[in-house]
Design a protein around this ligand. Sequence first.
Ligand code: GUN
Length: 297
Amino acid sequence: MADRIDGNEVASEIRSALADSVERLADADERPTLATVLMSPDPASETYVSMKQRDCEELGIQTRDIELELDAPASDLFDVIAELNGDPDVNAILVQSPVPDHVDYREVIERIDPEKDVDGFHPENIGRLVAGYPRYKPCTPHGIQKLLEAEGVDTEGKDAVVVGRSRIVGKPMANLFIQKAPGGNATTTVCHSRTDNLAEKTRQADILVAAAGVPEFIDGSMVSEGTVVIDVGINRVDADTEKGYELVGDVDFESVEPQVDAITPVPGGVGPMTRAMLLYNTVKATSRQSGIDVELP
Ligand code: GUN
C-alpha cells in the first residue's frame, strides 16, 4: 500500500503560516489585494476563481473580482489589466485561463506588470526562473516542491520524470527540478505526446509528475516500486453523480497505487497546494511592493 500524500494537510500548514505574515503586514497597514479576472463561462474556471477568492478572504487578503463578457473585445481586457497595473492598492493580478479564442492569451500575460504576476507566467518571471533566480514560482510546480519537501522526499540526485510540457506545469516543473537549489538537483526527463517508449521512461522515475491533461493516462504498467507519484490532473469526466461528473487525475489510481511508494490523491493532492501557493505569491508580492519584510513558509 502506498503512502497517501495529503495535500490538504500540507496546504493548511502553509496557509496558517501565511496568515501570520498577513497579520504582520496588517500591523504595518498593508492589506494584500489580489485581483482575479474571469472572461469565460467555463464552470470549472468559475469554480477555481471563486475558490481562490474564498481562500484569500479566509486569510485576510482582499480581493477584486472582475468578470468580462465572453464576447467583449480584447481591448476591454487589456484596459482592465492596465488599470490594475496602475492601481497601487492592487498587489497581485490573475487572469484565469482559458480566455476566448479572439483574445491572445500570450498578449494578456505580457501586459500584466511582472511584479504583480502571481501566476509567474510573464516572460520576465519565466526567464528569471530558468536563469535560476525566480521571483514568483508558478503555483502548481511550486506546490509540488513543497509537498515533496513535507513528505521528506529529497529530490537531490533522483530521477524525476515529468509527463507533460505545458507552460503552466510541465516546463516550470522541470526547471525547478534542475535548479541548483533545495527541491532541485534532480536528473530530469520531460516526456510528452511525441515521446517514444514512454512507459520505459516513466518506470525509471524516482519521482513521477503526471501532468499530461489526459484522464487516467498513467497506469500500473508504467510505474515501479519505490516511485513517488504526483498527480496534477483535475479532469471532469461524466459520471452518475449528483453533479453529473466526477474528478479524476492523470493517474489511474486503482492500478498505480498498489505498485508505488507514495501517491497524491485527486482531489486532495496537488489542487490545494496550487491554491496555497497563489496565496504565498500574493503575500510575497505585497511584501516586495511595500518593502515590509515578512516570513514566507
Ligand atoms: N487555468 C488553469 N490553471 C490556471 C492557473 O494556474 N492560473 C491561471 N491564471 N489560469 C489557469
